[in-house]
Design a protein around this ligand. Structure first.
Ligand code: ACO
Length: 363
């Protein structure tokens, strides 16, 4: 038995190739390094969905379809009452996701992509006692998401930074949430069932729940000089350093580099302070040194979530919304994998080895 299914191949996919030894990510034939620079989220959706979703249009058609889907998603925001709003943000978004009609078609796929992008900004504003802002279907997806959050038209740099994030996190092989989506899709449940199951798998800190705690760590460390002592004591207490380590990557996580570049864009335009970036870099340096000593055989590197935390903070998302913003990106990958599984896969039904007590006669 392989604990945690490490190195087990459980699906064939044309969607993404995570090469842990080379530190490279390929999304449908394109290297992430190239995609993250010049593409918007609609481009990567087109790349992921082509031939898997009937009638999938080009990036322009997807932008228009997504705009209309954001308007439809906004209708569900009315369901948020005081009782629902008292729940953690993640739970409010989860509850709104369950209102989306299930299906296997393009309209369902677009509704599911639009949903977290609309729900998260709306719930953030409601919690602050502000009116949620209706979507502008004419705007590109990333620009509208930021406008619904901030209440003003975002700067071009902010839109570019969010697009880089949405593209970078869109798909990543058989990670825990994508695997969950494929298991659900293998029963021929619809796309909404697969995406909601995947959203639940994203919640934990070992997967999509890490970036909030990354910022808690930076807040606690406060000054670059304090990083080594703070981190050493966390490791001595048996804690994991959030934003570091990965099941597959052994040299580097290319997504961390793509997001660090996006963060540097925001630093140049004054949206991230140089002090914040310096603190993050000092923490990263100290963590990598300590982890190399702590686990010399494991080669623990910075993962996607470390710079995600700083990037989303700079764009104005509160830390308890980070998992929902992650979902706003990864949902495109979940849908593509769910369709691939339904069209080309079989029911996923592995075996377990029984290690419990032997059968006994009931007295
Ligand atoms: N800090 C300290 N120790 C670590 C870390 C870390 N960040 N990551 C792994 N280790 C240690 C483990 O404690 C373990 O030690 P042990 O063998 O003495 O028990 C050893 O390295 C191997 O760890 P595993 O849990 O087997 O590694 P796995 O491949 O399952 O874990 C994971 C990957 C979950 C990402 C892990 O590195 C981790 O917990 N990181 C911190 C949380 C985090 O950043 N999550 C976001 C991941 S990125 C994403 O999902 C989008």
């Amino acid at each position: 038995m392989v604990n945690g299914l490490e190195d087990v191949i459980a699906a064939e996919t044309v969607l993404s190739d995570v090469d842990g030894q080379a530190g490279r990510l390929i999304i449908r034939g394109h290297s992430l390094d190239e995609l993250a620079e010049g593409s918007c989220y609609e481009d990567v959706l087109g790349l992921l969905w082509v031939e898997l979703i009937d009638g999938c249009p080009d990036a322009r058609g997807l932008a228009a379809g997504l705009g209309a889907a954001r308007v439809r998603a906004f209708e569900h925001v009315r369901a948020v009452d005081r009782q629902l709003l008292a729940l953690p943000l993640y739970d409010v978004v989860l509850s709104l996701l369950t209102r989306i009609e299930d299906g296997d078609d393009l309209a369902t796929a677009l509704n599911l992509v639009a949903a977290p992008a609309v729900f998260a900004p709306a719930v953030i504003r409601l919690r602050l006692g502000r009116e949620p802002l209706p979507p502008d279907p004419m705007l590109p997806h990333a620009a509208d998401m930021l406008r619904m959050l901030q209440g003003v038209r975002p700067s071009a740099t902010q839109v570019e930074a969010l697009d880089r994030y949405l593209v970078t996190a869109s798909d990543h092989g058989l990670n825990a949430s994508t695997f969950a989506a494929r298991v659900i899709a293998s029963t021929h449940a619809g796309l909404a069932a697969a995406a909601i199951g995947a959203f639940c798998a994203l919640k934990g800190p070992l997967h999509g729940g890490a970036p909030g705690p990354v910022l808690d760590m930076l807040d606690d460390i406060e000054e670059p000089d304090r990083a080594p002592t703070w981190l050493e004591s966390a490791l001595a207490n048996g804690e994991r350093l959030m934003g570091f380590g990965h099941r597959v990557y052994r040299v580097r996580d290319p997504r961390a580099d793509a997001l660090k570049a996006a963060l540097e864009l925001l630093t140049r335009s004054g949206e991230v302070t140089v002090e914040r970036l310096r603190l993050a870099e000092a923490v990263e340096r100290a963590a990598l040194e300590l982890l190399a000593r702590h686990k010399p055989d494991r080669r623990l590197q910075t993962n996607l979530e470390f710079y995600t935390a700083l990037l989303l903070e700079a764009l104005g998302f509160p830390r308890d919304a980070f998992t929902c913003v992650f979902a706003a990106s990864r949902v495109g990958g979940w849908i593509a994998h769910a369709r691939e599984q339904t069209l080309r896969g079989r029911l996923i039904r592995p075996q377990s080895r029984y290690v419990g007590p032997r059968a006994q006669a009931i007295a």
